[in-house]
Design a protein around this ligand. Structure first.
Ligand SMILES: NC(=O)c1ccc[n+]([C@@H]2O[C@H](COP(=O)([O-])OP(=O)(O)OC[C@H]3O[C@@H](n4cnc5c(N)ncnc54)[C@H](OP(=O)(O)O)[C@@H]3O)[C@@H](O)[C@H]2O)c1
Length: 338
């Protein structure tokens, strides 16, 4: 295994204003399983290896540790701040008046940064659950989506751009009906959409919608999140890495099925953000972009293997009276009201 890849060989993606974005990032959510220290050490190793996009969030409770290793990598001249593309996200309990600025300032301080490259609204609801909670936990204060409340949060994000604290803003865990409702109201358009995306849950309509609105799709759980918390598991979940077509293509290429999931994402035009604290894994995840591409036929085979199986259902964000996790995702094509 080489110590680092030639970053200049990696393809680039672009935001609507021409800002280049690395084709892959490293995730930093430890799934309640990995410590902040081990994740930060992986981020440091990943930057050394050639990763430039780091997907952070205040709710992952490790931004302070990640800030230390970013600082270390810059001080050691492994990378400049300008070469890095750092994301963060405002958590659901910080949507209220003045709260987004407070949360962003905390992330900036923890990450030891003067600016964040892309700042997301993590979920389009102010519905909060405690980190590490169980799958059946509910917050009695939870509410259904409200265009007005979401826009109050988005306006605060727009102010962060005005203040120069963040370069771009993005949305996450949105649906087409919600985007249809809010996009005409945005003074600053979302530059990116973070969405669950892997071969077992490809979201083709949302993906196409994002592209047609010049919104860059960033794919979370790109390997199907095999280490996700218990609260995000059900008996009917399908593992992307176990889909027979993926296993077969992986066999032909002589690689782990995870590698096929990532090649597919990058070739499709999604920016995947796989997580791993294991050097062999995070290194091969990035280097696979540079070798042995999937054929058009293999891409087509994977497209046809979609199981429409959402893993991160978000049921802990449900409000009283909601019928089930499907209500969070507007599955009948209109925004599900309370
Ligand atoms: N916006 C949102 O709401 C949202 C939601 C979820 C996630 N995210 C972001 O997306 C990132 C990625 O999602 P995720 O961590 O849930 O899922 P993931 O990246 O699909 O899966 C990560 C797991 O895959 C395994 N893995 C990684 N590389 C591998 C390889 N080369 N070979 C075999 N196995 C490999 C590792 O399992 P082991 O641990 O067993 O080694 C790792 O823990 C998160 O870290 C976070 O930054 C955002």
């Amino acid at each position: 295994m080489t110590e680092k890849i030639d970053v200049s060989q990696l393809p680039k993606r672009y935001l609507y204003d021409g800002t280049p974005v690395p084709p892959m990032g490293i995730g930093t959510f430890g799934s309640d399983k990995y410590s902040g220290e081990s994740i930060a050490e992986a981020v440091y190793g990943a930057i050394r290896y050639g990763y430039r996009l780091i997907d952070c969030a205040s709710v992952y409770q490790n931004e302070d540790k990640i800030g230390q290793v970013i600082q270390r990598a810059v001080t050691e001249k492994i990378v400049t701040r300008e070469e890095l593309f750092i994301t963060s996200k405002v958590w659901n309990d910080m949507h209220g008046p003045g709260k987004v600025l407070e949360s962003c300032k905390k992330s900036l301080k923890d990450l030891q940064l003067d600016w964040i490259d892309l700042y997301f609204v993590h979920w389009p609801f102010p519905n909060y659950h405690a980190p590490g909670c169980s799958g059946d936990s509910r917050n009695p204060d939870s509410k259904p989506f409200s265009v007005e409340e979401f826009m109050n949060t988005w306006r605060q994000c727009e102010q962060l751009v005005d203040l120069g604290l963040v370069k771009h803003i993005g949305m996450s865990n949105m649906t087409i009906p919600k985007l249809e409702a809010v996009l005409p109201l945005c003074r600053i358009q979302p530059a990116a959409l973070e969405m669950e995306c892997h071969p077992a849950f490809q979201q083709p309509e949302l993906f196409a919608y994002a592209l047609s609105h010049k919104i860059l799709p960033i794919g979370y759980c790109p390997i199907g999140s095999p280490s996700r918390p218990e609260r995000d598991r059900t008996d009917t979940d399908i593992a992307a890495t176990e889909i027979s077509e993926i296993v077969e293509i992986a066999g032909k290429h002589g690689v782990h099925p995870a590698t096929i999931c990532l090649k597919w994402a990058v070739q499709r035009g999604v920016v995947p953000i796989p997580f791993s604290v294991k050097p062999a894994q995070y290194q091969s995840n990035l280097s696979c972009i540079l070798e042995d591409p999937l054929t058009e036929k293999e891409m087509e085979t994977i497209r046809g293997a979609d199981k429409n199986c959402r893993l991160i259902k978000g049921q802990v964000f449900l409000w009283e009276g909601a019928s089930g996790w499907q209500d969070l995702w507007d599955m009948d094509g209109t925004i599900t009201a309370g």
